[in-house]
Write a protein that binds this ligand. Structure first.
Ligand code: NAP
Length: 432
């Protein structure tokens, strides 16, 4: 017989909360064998108390999760409501203030308030655990915080949003435009009715800011993340990437550079042979470079009820064993203020697609502007007519490593020269 139960207060019974209730019931014996404690959901909160056919017999319903966090007789508060502010944030603070450990999957709340919440947890001597907040079922938090603790992490790059990866994968394999693939993702439940948060890169940015903190022992700095979404990616870009041996992925990249820590989210060209490039559909993947271990990649389901509940359950097992680890790998007071590396100083190769006036000297004019900024070109390909106007052709070029400032200045000058129309498409190339 187990010594004592682990009394769980579960706030949120949606996709993840419902799956967690089912998983805890199904895996109860294993949980007991691992921890010596029997997990019991003794209290729950949702907006309505209707029957959801979940194994919650005997659990007390709270209409207000904050009241549950303040009053219920629980050993752990599991927050699966979502949202950076509002009831999730208020309830988590109430639990921590009372010395009740918290397990959450809420990346938006952690990106905005992670340090404050970690400090509260430290003061109370309890855990703030959040394996499910980044990568869903992919155990990237524990990998960075524990398994790679012997490393100086140099770089973390990943596909952290399944919606974007699904859309880009479908665009590439089915040769369907962005809008069509977005609608399909919405129909299948992979994308919200308002998809901005996902396709605009903001969800990836939240997750990246958490990974950067863990990787570099730094205070979370969500405001430091440069964010560009996938809305401007066209079939022409995907075809050009394919011709050149690349795939386009929305990557979150956090890296140590000579100028500080870079944190950026943007569509990226990566070699087709890389593990990240081969991650298709709704899957997530994260590549971590450590000085001792080298590069390793984790790939798996980044969302979905069961996969995400699997990560929440792992946090509950840790907690039942009495493990208390600093939320971001070290006490908040020991986290450094990372110097922000300006994107203007980013160095790397670039893919540029231009709509170029089809007359002698146009390409030479572009090449001259590039040379003026010491940019050397690896390839330049005139593709096909640039839309409905026969006077223009589409030109795709790849540069060798240069700086963001240099490429942007060169492109601004080609626009001024009148040989190019429309805003150029610019996609960074990443070694991965
Ligand atoms: N879904 C995924 O695949 C996934 C993956 C990774 C992380 N996450 C994170 O997990 C969290 C939960 O996501 P989800 O997809 O499970 O959300 P969801 O399906 O929308 O469920 C949210 C739950 O919260 C409840 N809720 C909302 N407002 C409430 C309030 N004021 N008081 C009490 N309960 C309230 C809802 O109650 P009702 O049921 O009564 O409406 C619902 O049960 C979010 O932080 C999300 O970012 C989700």
């Amino acid at each position: 017989m187990p010594d004592k139960p682990l009394k769980v207060g579960l706030a949120g019974l949606g996709t993840v909360g419902g799956a967690l209730a089912r998983l805890m019931a199904a895996r109860r014996d294993d949980f007991v064998a691992r921890t010596g404690r029997s997990p019991e959901i003794v209290a729950f909160s949702a907006r309505s108390d209707g029957d959801r056919a979940l194994p919650l017999e005997g659990a007390v319903f709270f209409a207000d999760p904050v009241t549950m966090a303040e009053k219920a007789d629980i050993d752990v508060f599991v927050e699966l409501i979502g949202g950076a502010e509002g009831p999730a944030y208020a309830a988590v603070k109430a639990a921590l203030a009372r010395g009740v450990p918290v397990v959450t999957a809420n990346k938006a709340m952690l990106a905005a308030h992670g340090l404050e919440l970690a400090e509260m947890a430290e003061r109370s001597g309890v855990s703030l655990a959040y394996e499910a907040a980044v990568g869903g079922g992919v155990p990237v938090i524990k990998t960075l915080r524990e398994a790679l603790a012997g490393n100086r992490i140099l770089r973390v790059s990943g596909i952290l949003n399944g919606t974007c990866n699904y859309i880009l994968s479908r665009m590439e394999t089915e040769r369907l435009p962005f809008d069509v693939c977005l609608k399909e993702a919405q129909r299948l439940g992979y994308a919200e009715a308002d998809p901005t948060f996902d396709v605009g890169g903001f969800d990836t940015a939240h997750k990246l800011s958490i990974l950067a903190s863990l990787a570099f022992g730094a205070r979370i700095d969500a405001g430091a993340v440069t964010v560009e979404g996938i809305e401007t990616i066209t079939l022409a870009d995907l075809a050009a990437a394919d011709d050149l041996g690349f795939r386009i992925k929305l990557l979150g990249v956090a890296a140590r550079t000579d100028h500080g820590v870079e944190q950026r989210v943007h569509p990226t060209m990566i070699a087709k042979s890389s593990a990240l490039a081969q991650t298709m559909g709704v899957l997530n993947a994260v590549t971590i470079d450590g000085d001792a271990v080298g590069a390793l990649t984790l790939i798996g389901p980044g969302a979905g009820g069961a996969a995400t509940a699997s990560a929440v359950a792992a946090d509950l097992v840790d907690l039942a064993r009495g493990a208390v680890a600093p939320a971001f790998g070290r006490p908040v007071g020991a986290l450094v203020e990372a110097e922000r590396a300006s994107l203007q100083r980013h160095e790397g190769g670039y893919y540029v697609r231009l709509s170029v006036l089809d007359k002698p000297g146009s390409l030479a004019a572009i090449a001259r502007r590039m040379a003026d900024r010491a940019i050397s070109m690896e390839s330049i390909v005139q593709k096909r007519a640039g839309g409905d106007d026969a006077a223009y052709v589409s030109v795709a070029l790849i540069t060798h490593a240069t700086t963001e400032t240099a490429i942007r200045e060169a492109l601004a000058l080609t626009l001024q020269d009148g040989v190019v129309r429309d805003k150029p498409q610019l996609i960074r190339i990443e070694r991965a």
